[in-house]
Design a protein around this ligand. Structure first.
Ligand code: KG4
Ligand code: ZN
Length: 339
């Protein structure tokens, strides 16, 4: 079964053809990132306009690279939530028009569910498993009970991990996205040079908080500026990255031990982080757990992951008609509730 995936939730316009949820026949991505770098973050209006310009060409190319026409496509899967609303609407409306014109079924896909599915195209893993999802907008620990049944066990109380990295990177004067710059620069820094307090979260033992850490970095930079002192930014980047990764790994271990998971999955843009990947490997080796990480090319936003998740949603009977809307927010466990 061939699924055409369409993704436009942030600054990547993407289309892909995936067979049976696992075999990627094409994966095309156009990004407006370079333009957003000028502003230090994604400008929603610019992102929407670039999606509108790019989407037809990107879909056409994805079909061509997969040696397909729309006659070969069984279902269209489109990201409908969460994300920038204007950006999402471009993909959703394009998908609805294409579905109507070609009489093809349409499946709405939750973006974060898609990130989890990036592991289905990178390995042979099947649910149930425990997943740490870390992106620009989300930091969650989720029990993936089946392909379409998700249970949130831990979540951030404030900033997402990627958001904290991006904001800290900006304060350090690094290029957007800060997460990528911090990862790169940290390789030349001493991660023990700066000590940041471990964030305390009241209530759930599995929740995260990153805003205090982010503020600590901002204060460190501002204090140094006021005193006219030079800071070694590579040391600061490495120390901050270590603190963020420590929080993620500590809670991941706590949940996996207490809930008896031995299959661990990481997903989302921050899953590309070299420190997180290395620490996750150490953690899983120590506990003799199986670890699954997406291939680097599937860590960031792409449409192959949307087509993959769309396949499993379709098998569960999920579908949409021409009334499908886009939503800026949507909990992962509430999307397309079929059980
Ligand atoms: O999943 P994603 O592409 O978009 C969202 O759904 O949010 O994630 C983007 C986030 C950004 O915050 C970016 O800084 C972060 O992923 N990111 C990284 C790395 N690559 C991307 N963070 C740390 N290290 C990286 N190598
Ligand atoms: Zn994403």
């Amino acid at each position: 079964m061939k699924i055409l995936g369409i993704e436009s939730s942030c600054d990547e316009t993407a289309a892909a053809v995936v067979e049976d949820g696992r075999i990627v026949l094409s994966n095309v991505i156009a990004t407006s990132l370079e333009e957003h770098k000028l502003y230090g973050g994604v400008v929603p209006e610019i992102a929407s306009r670039r999606h509108a310009e790019a989407i037809s060409g990107v879909v056409k190319e994805a079909l061509e690279q997969a040696n397909c026409t729309m006659a070969d496509i069984d279902t269209i899967a489109v990201t409908y939530a969460p994300g920038l609303i204007g950006a999402l609407l471009v993909g959703v409306n394009f998908a609805k028009g294409l579905a109507l014109a070609t009489n093809t079924p349409l499946v709405p896909v939750h973006h974060i569910r898609g990130h989890i599915a990036s592991n289905y195209i990178s390995s042979d893993i099947e649910p149930p498993f425990l997943c740490l999802i870390v992106s620009g907008g989300h930091s969650h620990i989720v029990a993936v009970n089946s392909y379409t049944d998700f249970e949130i066990i831990g979540r951030t109380r404030d900033d997402a991990a990627g958001e904290a990295l991006d904001k800290a990177g900006r304060t350090m004067g690094l290029e957007y996205p800060g997460g990528v710059s911090i990862d790169r620069l940290s390789k030349q820094g001493d991660e023990n040079a700066f000590k940041f307090p471990k964030p305390k979260v009241n209530g759930s033992p599995y929740d995260f908080s990153f805003s205090g850490l982010k503020t600590a970095v901002i204060n460190t930079v501002h204090n140094a500026e006021q005193k006219g002192e030079q800071i070694n930014i590579a040391d600061l980047a490495a120390s901050f990255q270590k603190s963020v990764v420590d929080c993620l790994i500590t809670n991941l271990e706590k949940v996996a031990v207490e809930k008896s998971f031995d299959k661990i999955v990481i997903a989302g843009g921050v899953s590309a982080n070299s420190k997180l990947r290395a620490e996750a490997q150490k953690l899983c080796k120590k506990n003799k757990w199986d670890l699954y990480l997406p291939e680097l090319k599937y860590c960031g936003d792409n449409a192959a992951m949307i087509a993959s998740q769309g396949y499993y949603e379709f098998l569960q009977g999920v579908s949409a008609d021409e009334s499908l809307n886009a939503y800026a927010t949507m909990p992962i466990d509430k999307s397309n509730k079929t059980n």
